[in-house]
Ligand binder design. Structure first.
Ligand code: ADP
Ligand code: F6P
Length: 319
């Protein structure tokens, strides 16, 4: 193993830059040449490689987004697309690849390994929905960004006695909604992993109003329904007016927290160590406070699970 490459794929997440930095610096420290691939799998198929030096990753540990850019590619899902990528890697004499991304990106990384190219995955997505790991880089920052936003929304909700619906990201997972709903004291949290019904949301608003609490915050995960759909349901069923705030990309940007920088540094460096040990087809995960290295196949079996005890806790203490 003399030359390795690193790419970022799927939705950008705060801490991806810190992970790129760790891969590049660890690689160079251990005597490797390191290349960055621009635009994820799109750039991999096009051979869009740039040589990374120690200075290429200077001054990025604190920056959100990804200096390598990210992309999604339908073509890469085909065998022909994957072969194109492997041909480009072979032409550039690259021996191993680190893919920083989410579940989808790991499916692609798994395909490269199946076709004989050593690939290691580093989990990076705000959704925290990756199988085989308790934690994905970007989640902590996104959660902190969302609660800062909800705290501000709450000031207006309180002052004007309004009901505010905050729609958060997460694709099919409710981790962002659960963590932000619980830690911002939202009156209702709707997540795809737990049964929900709109009557219950209305009941909780009305219970508060009967006690004289005229404002409410409802956090809804995009995997349940849109904030607008929830607003329409509440209006139709109870005649209550609500305000919808869709936080959108606000959740994906910004300076990574210390926790994300730490996890990115640990995970990025571990990915390089695994390649140097001759490993392939593994992801770097975090389980019970330790780095683990399940294969993509092992990880896929073990679906990431949300902590439903926290969901019950939120229902019990946020009234
Ligand atoms: P994330 O990695 O954040 O989950 P996506 O699901 O959009 O994001 O996946 C990122 C990219 O990974 C896709 O655009 C595609 O190029 C690649 N990918 C996803 N699924 C597969 C698959 N089954 N086989 C090969 N590549 C895939
Ligand atoms: O996976 C990260 C994520 O931000 C999800 O939470 C969201 O559903 C999706 O990406 C949005 O993707 P985009 O707007 O980049 O297509």
């Amino acid at each position: 193993m003399k030359k390795i490459a690193v790419l970022t794929s799927g939705g950008d997440a705060p801490g991806m830059n810190a992970a790129i930095r760790a891969v590049v610096r660890r690689g160079i420290d251990l005597g490797l040449e390191v290349y960055g691939v621009r635009h994820g799998y799109v750039g991999l198929m096009a051979g869009d490689f740039i040589k990374m030096e120690l200075g290429s990753v200077g001054d990025i540990i604190h920056r959100g987004g990804t200096i390598l850019r990210s992309a999604r590619s339908e073509e890469f899902k085909t065998v022909e697309g994957q072969q194109k990528a492997i041909d480009q890697l072979k032409t550039a004499e690259i021996d191993g690849l680190v893919v920083i991304g989410g579940d989808g990106s790991f499916m692609g990384a798994g395909k490269l390994t199946e076709q004989g190219f050593p690939t290691i995955g580093v989990p990076g997505t705000i959704d925290n929905d990756i199988s085989g790991t308790d934690y994905s880089i970007g989640f902590d920052t996104a959660v902190n960004t969302v609660i800062e936003a909800i705290d501000k929304i709450r000031d207006t909700a309180y002052s004007h006695e309004r009901i505010c619906i905050v729609e958060v990201m997460g694709r099919n997972a409710g981790d962002i909604a659960l963590w932000t709903g619980l830690t911002s004291g939202a009156e209702s949290i709707l997540i795809p992993e737990a049964p929900y019904n709109f009557d219950d949301v209305i009941q909780r608003i009305q219970n508060g109003q009967e006690r004289g609490k005229m404002h409410s915050i409802i956090v809804v995960a995009e995997g349940v329904c849109s904030g607008e759909d929830l607003k329409n349901e509440i209006k139709a069923k109870a005649g209550l007016n609500t305000n919808v705030i869709v936080l959108g990309y606000l959740q994906r940007g910004g300076h990574p927290t210390a926790y994300d920088r730490m996890m990115a540094s640990r995970m990025g460096a571990r990915a390089v160590d695994l390649l140097l040990d001759g490993e392939k087809g593994l992801m770097v995960g975090w389980k019970k406070g330790q780095l683990v290295n399940p294969s993509f196949a092992e990880a896929a079996i073990e679906k990431h699970e949300i902590n439903l005890e926290d969901y019950s806790l939120a229902r019990s203490i946020s009234i």
